[in-house]
Design a protein around this ligand. Structure first.
Ligand code: Q9C
Ligand code: ZN
Length: 345
């Protein structure tokens, strides 16, 4: 399988995040992508550099004000104090409920809060470069499918599925899966499906397509009553307006056994097949792995082969987009297992 890879992913390298009130080293690291790259190359998969510029398509997924902020955020942070080069910005105030989000404040941290859902998405000097390279990869992947590829893998980070049209969150800044789905629609696919198998609900992807019938979003994830992102991902969220019936959430309790996870995957696959998409985007979070340090599903490395086999049986041209997965040293094996399962059928 062709693997879209850009070394620009390494440019996003914040040092720490907050976890239970403490500063801890980031879970979402450049090393994750390097483990995946090594494993895919070792199994003979070909690395391809993204050739497309996603700039125009990005504006169909994200709001212009959000993109402008993200692109210049580090420069603005440095303008406040050159010593900020050694510091990470975090939001500390958010326009919840009765506060106004229609006026962009001048204050940098206030704008960061306006465009954030949490304090869990640390920015670094190269965040924009890395996330934009991920969007370029998503567009290139769509083009390769349009040219006849059966499967393409976007080895991108930071991840994307928590990023909404005008909001970052959960380590995500640009929603690469949404960019891929939008690019596939542009390539002539009438119906595109997104299947999100990350441990966490893909709130950004759901929100972006919630009122659309041409992009079906199906997600298997930890129940938001106890798991991040907490405020979206419930079973009664079915889409709205023209999109009513085109969003399916399958929340599962933390600790769900492997057999029950694959049962839910069958439910997801049945809905996908009824939609009959001309292309499929898989938000491939590998944080469902039993060894993941921040998640609570139980998949073993061999289960990722089974996932790949099942996805191939859908018989849809498929773009895989890397999302979460924080057991870094096993991430390469787990990603390559999905790809090999997909290709062995
Ligand atoms: N602050 C993805 O898997 N909570 N994002 C972590 C530490 C956020 C995970 C707790 C987890 C987000 C793409
Ligand atoms: Zn996740």
């Amino acid at each position: 399988m062709q693997v879209l890879y850009s070394a620009s992913q390494q440019a996003h390298a914040p040092a720490f995040e907050f976890f239970r009130g403490e500063r801890v080293p980031c879970f979402e690291t450049p090393a994750r992508a390097e483990f995946v790259r090594q494993a895919l190359q070792a199994r003979g998969h070909e690395l391809v550099a993204p050739q497309d510029d996603s700039s125009a398509l990005l504006l169909r997924v994200h709001h212009p004000g959000y993109l402008a902020f993200l692109q210049s955020a580090w420069k603005q942070w440095l303008a406040l104090d050159p010593a900020n080069a050694e510091r990470q910005p975090f939001p500390s105030v958010w326009p919840v409920r009765n506060l106004r989000s229609d006026v962009e404040p001048d204050n940098f941290i206030a704008r960061l809060g306006l465009y954030s859902m949490d304090n869990g998405s640390p920015l670094s000097a190269g965040t924009w470069v890395a996330a934009k390279a991920g969007a370029d990869a998503a567009v290139s992947a769509a083009r390769l499918l349009a040219q006849g590829a059966r499967g393409v893998f976007c080895l991108t980070r930071p991840p994307g599925h928590h990023a909404g049209a005008d909001v970052m969150g959960g380590y995500c800044f640009i929603n690469h899966a949404a960019v891929a789905a939008t690019a596939l629609r542009e390539c002539g696919c009438q119906r595109v499906a997104v299947l999100d198998v990350d441990y966490h609900h893909g709130n950004g992807t759901q929100s972006i397509f919630y009122e659309r019938a041409d992009v079906l979003v199906v997600s298997l994830h930890g129940d938001p009553r106890t798991e991040y992102p907490f405020y979206l991902g419930h079973a009664d969220e079915c889409g709205a307006g023209a999109g009513l019936g085109f969003n399916l959430n399958l929340p599962l309790p933390a600790g769900t056994p492997v057999a029950a996870w694959f049962d839910a995957l069958e439910t997801a696959c049945a809905r996908l097949q009824r939609f009959s998409p001309e292309a499929l985007v898989v938000s491939l979070g590998l944080d469902t792995f039993a060894g993941d340090p921040i998640c609570s599903f139980k998949l073993q490395s061999s289960d990722f082969v089974r996932l790949g086999v099942r996805l191939r049986r859908l018989q849809r041209p498929t773009v895989f987009v890397l999302e979460g997965g924080y057991a870094a040293s096993e991430l390469g094996t787990n990603a390559a297992n999905v790809v090999d399962g997909f290709e062995q059928v």
